[in-house]
Design a protein around this ligand. Sequence first.
Ligand code: AMP
Length: 570
Amino acid sequence: MQGPVLPGLMMNTQLTIKGILNAAVHNFPDQEIVTRLVEGGMFRYSFADAAKRFQQLANVLVRLGVKRGDRVGVMGWNTHRQLELYYALGCMGAVCHTINPRLGPENANYVINHADDKFIFYDLTFAPLVEALAPNLQNVRGYVAMTDKANAPKKSPIKPLIYEELMAKEKDQYDWPDLDENEACSMCYTSGTTGQPKGVLYSHRAVVLQALVTCLPASFGCTNADAILPVVPMFHVNAWNVPYAALLVGAKLVMPGPQLDGKSLYDLIEAEDVTYSLGVPTVWLSLLDYVNDNGKTFTKMKYTLVGGAALSEAIIRGFEAHGVHVRQGWGMTELSPTGTVNAEDPGFYDLPMEERIPIQLLQGRALPFIDMRIVSDDGKVLPWDGESDGHLQVRGPYVISDYYKADKPTLTKDGWFDTGDVAVIHPDGRMQITDRAKDVIKSGGEWISTLDIENSALLHPAVSQAAAIGVPHPKWQERPLLIVALKQGKTAEPEEIRQFVCGKLPKISCPDAVEIIDEIPIGATGKVLKTELRKMFKDYVLPEFRNGGKAKDSAGAKKGLLGSLFGKKS
Ligand code: AMP
């Protein structure tokens, strides 16, 4: 198609966080932000008052010498003070680097130095960690304890400034600059389960676009009728962008602070009339246990968005029993973070539960502006046929282009980001993660989804956590070993669990063995640490090879014939 380009005649005003803040203050000045404080008690203020505090904090930051483009680290719980850092730093043109305190000292040290943070703001809970890190932090000029005078640490080697004391000295007006939408506003490192954590630097444009698509009805679908509780931490990819999305649409924002156990979450949900909550699967299992063990139910909560790891049938059934619908989202630190959401088609809730669950277990359709494709090991783009399994690659305006200070290209040669996940895409556009590429079990030339095995195991009444890994097998290359932890006070035999799981899976996926351990290791963002499990089970011998014998038939891989192993159902 030839011809001169005809530019549109529209203003080129920039998509920046200031725009989100303006929408919040102009349209919903009286809407509330509520925090359960680290020091105990509750704090609440309106969007209008929050906006004043954002300006006060910008004045604090300027006085501390923070300049445009500077990175400032924050190690904190979900609170209004961390929210203030999100907005003040972003709107003044600096960068809010949220640090995951569960990264471990070595990684925390690495990310602070790599990001070149100028100051570290921290909640009192993390004082021992920050104090231990301080001697090795090269360019940090000072520390700010996010508390008030009454709760200030009496003695600390890092001599922190006190957040509320700094705030009290400043005026609550600040003239936000006009920024370019491509400037950075926030930063988050990947959890670094393999190798060093990698820095992802979000632009204003990416955050604004992600906030917009997050609010769409077929996405998180939140409105100003909602009270939203992000249980997902603010150090996990900007709490999935909820602190921006809630202010944009005028939803009440409820911050849980440090108390994330089942009872505390339940009490907060009920006291603050929470209608919508978001978090990783592990957190919901403990909430559901509390609700069920104590004969409670939810009065206002309508929706829960589960992401960060695969949603299980047990969670869907657990919430549905209390009238709460569950949506699944898939995303990554590198995607700002949400890439797909599995929203319901019209009439979905008229279907019987048995038909709904297999649909709900899919990761969902791409959010607007995200392109997805699946690619085979040899680089062929695969069809969206619901069967072809391939490496999931994405591109779009809120997908990473390069890791911070990357020493090698982040994208494929043709400009896609390889997610490291393996997926199937169904003809209706719904994507289904079958595994992480490095976790998938390769057995007799087929790929076995560990997610399917884990989902089935979690349906066993005694199982609280489940993880499947591949163990070497001379004939099949790898076979699944299922590792589980049991619910408190429950007992079960490994073989009984194995039989239960195999009854729900195609024969090829039936684990060859089940091992019960006290606790499954969980990483910094609530995901099972398969690297740790692989270390724990590195010398594992499948039952069929024990007693020094040659390969004998085992319970799981009986008869040793491809035909038998690859049969549809056991
Ligand atoms: P992170 O960058 O720490 O948020 O981790 C991103 C990874 O978490 C993805 O690449 C997936 O492997 C996994 N993940 C996130 N959401 C889901 C989901 N809904 N189902 C399965 N895996 C998920």
